[in-house]
Design a protein around this ligand. Structure first.
Ligand SMILES: Nc1ncnc2c1ncn2[C@@H]1O[C@H](COP(=O)(O)OP(=O)(O)OP(=O)(O)O)[C@@H](O)[C@H]1O
Ligand SMILES: [Mg+2]
Length: 530
């Protein structure tokens, strides 16, 4: 479908309309594929028509309907026609219209209808008949005279130019429609790439690191590779593992989770690989392991960093050979399982210390997802908060609560060592504790959050004396605290403070905040960070 609104503003088309109106005294109508005129609004009484017949017909309802009917009919002709343009008779019998089809890739999208002119000067009889039809439509007096006398007669080169110009309008519409469509496609493609997504499956988050995770998850949708998910406690590793499985070709297979830290070595062995009857005390019958339960599905090895070295060997063998031997068994069994693993430990560091097998590390770390802690993506806090609040209130079937501004500030400032899980639990707790109160106040927050000073707040800034001194003091404190917090990462701090790195370095020198002085000595007077 053509965006007719946008076309109205296109300069070339306006120019052509202008020329056709002023030189040939004809009106141009844009007609859509259903025969509706798109650039004429009967309610627009201001519009003036250079064409005398339009000026006579259009203000009168019945006459207008007659003309619009003729336009729709011409459009039907255009739809059926193999000609790109042609002349049609006008509704009064003396005048003509010129029609140029609009089609893109063989699809009929409407026409341009130019109205009206005559090819030869009309006979007295014809004029008489036209006068009669005008009068029967309720158009009388000077208007009739003007309309019929003002008819443009086109012949020879004039007619040829006129036709060419009308065809040009149709061509320009096609060109711009194609351009606009291309542009829109480009915009959609770009916004798909850059667009902010607020969620992915049940994961919420719009921060840059989350966007990166979403786009990585999109990329690995059809992959069979193992994925290692790393991140602190409660950052959402399990949620990511589920998203990987449920978006993969194995989504109809089982998703089986095993928490490797929950078992001692022997138990984990039989959990994972199963056992045969009598293989140890208590093994009263054959038992299928989780690997076999996850056949054609996904096995999620949570806390893989807690697996002992000898279990790591067994796991590696299954991953490499696709076969396993149950505890106490002799026969190999084939399994088709995709493995996902998660840990909050520094596996790489464990490899270096000899606590994790390097070969297994590389085998599971084919695709690596690092989930940043909540304190590094604070912009996600508001939507997470909202999400948990709405969900919690819905679950309890109570009216939706809101947070007091002060409570929100406190929540925002807190460092959330327990990440999303901690935030989730806090919201849950607040919903319960605030009872019938529709507003959650800061007082209701857990003490650790309520009493947390917030590293973004600087207290003790002087409120008297010269403004310049006070500002410098504040600036110095913010930079000093910022340097500590970012572990002297000046690029990051400069970004946070919204200044250039060079600007930050100059200020660090100005205030004597270089690393040796700070780490060696005590904070030197001025504002005290809470
Ligand atoms: N992005 C998110 N959006 C919404 N809820 C989330 C998000 N991330 C985590 N959660 C919720 O937070 C809780 C903890 O998430 P999950 O269990 O996936 O974290 P984890 O990294 O596996 O934690 P742990 O290291 O403690 O095992 C879950 O209830 C989960 O639903
Ligand atoms: Mg987990």
């Amino acid at each position: 479908m053509i965006n007719w609104e946008e076309l109205k503003h296109i300069h070339v088309i306006r120019k052509l309309e202008h020329v056709l109106a002023n030189w040939f005294r004809t009106e141009i109508f844009f007609v859509d594929e259903r025969g509706k005129v798109q650039n004429y609004d009967p309610l627009d009484r201001q519009r003036e028509f250079k064409n005398p017949v339009c000026a006579a017909l259009l203000p009168h309802e019945r006459a207008r309907e007659l003309l619009m009917g003729a336009v729709a009919e011409a459009n039907e002709k255009a739809l059926a026609s193999s000609q790109p343009s042609f002349v049609v008779d006008g509704p009064l019998g003396v005048e003509k219209g010129y029609v140029a089809r609009i089609a893109v890739d063989g699809e009929f999208l409407g026409c341009v209808y130019a109205y009206c002119f005559q090819e030869t000067v009309a006979s007295g009889d014809a004029i008489q008949r036209a006068r009669a039809s005008l009068e029967s439509l309720g158009i009388v007096g000077d208007r009739v005279q003007d309309a019929l006398r003002g008819l443009t007669t086109l012949s020879g080169n004039d007619k040829k130019y006129f036709f060419e110009l009308v065809e040009l309008v149709a061509q320009e519409i096609v060109t711009f429609h194609t351009e606009i469509t291309k542009r829109e496609e480009r915009i959609t493609a770009l916004s798909d790439q850059l667009g902010t997504r607020y969620s992915y499956d049940s994961m919420i988050g719009k921060s840059k690191p989350m966007q990166e995770i979403y786009s990585l998850l999109d990329k690995i949708k059809s992959s069979e590779s193992t994925v290692l998910i790393q991140g602190e406690n409660g950052t959402g590793k399990e949620l990511i593992a589920k998203a990987v499985h449920f978006n993969s070709p194995r989504k109809d297979g089982a998703f089986v989770t095993v928490n490797c830290s929950a078992f001692n070595e022997n138990l984990l062995d039989s959990e994972l690989f199963g056992h045969v009857r009598g293989s140890f005390t208590g093994a009263v019958k054959d038992k299928k392991g989780l690997f076999e339960q996850a056949h054609r599905g996904t096995l999620f090895l949570d806390e893989i960093g807690d697996m002992t070295l000898s279990m790591q060997v067994k796991l590696l063998r299954v991953l490499q050979e696709g076969t396993l031997i149950p505890v106490g068994g002799v026969e190999q069994r084939k399994v088709d399982v995709r493995v996902l693993a998660a840990t909050n430990k520094d596996l790489k560091g464990m490899v270096e210390e000899g606590l994790f097998r390097e070969d297994l590390y590389y085998r599971i770390n084919v695709i690596n997802v690092v989930v940043p802690p909540l304190r590094d993506r604070k912009e996600d806090i508001p939507i997470l908060l909202d999400h948990f609040l709405v969900r919690g209130c819905k679950e309890k079937a109570i009216p939706l609560k809101t947070f007091a501004k002060r409570a929100l500030e406190k929540i925002y400032d807190y460092t959330w060592p327990g990440n999303i899980r901690e935030l989730e639990n806090e919201v849950e707790r607040l919903i319960v504790l605030s009872g019938d109160d529709p507003r959650v106040s800061a007082d209701a927050l857990s003490p650790r959050i309520r009493d947390h000073g917030g590293n973004a707040k600087v207290q003790g800034v002087r409120v008297s004396g010269k403004l310049k001194d006070a500002l410098e003091e504040l600036e110095k404190t913010m930079i000093r605290e910022g340097l500590r917090r970012t572990k002297w990462n000046k690029s990051r701090l400069a970004k946070e403070l919204g200044i250039s790195r060079a600007g930050l370095i100059m200020k660090v020198e100005k205030y004597g905040l270089d690393k040796r002085k700070i780490t060696g000595g005590r904070p030197d007077g001025g504002g005290q960070a809470a």
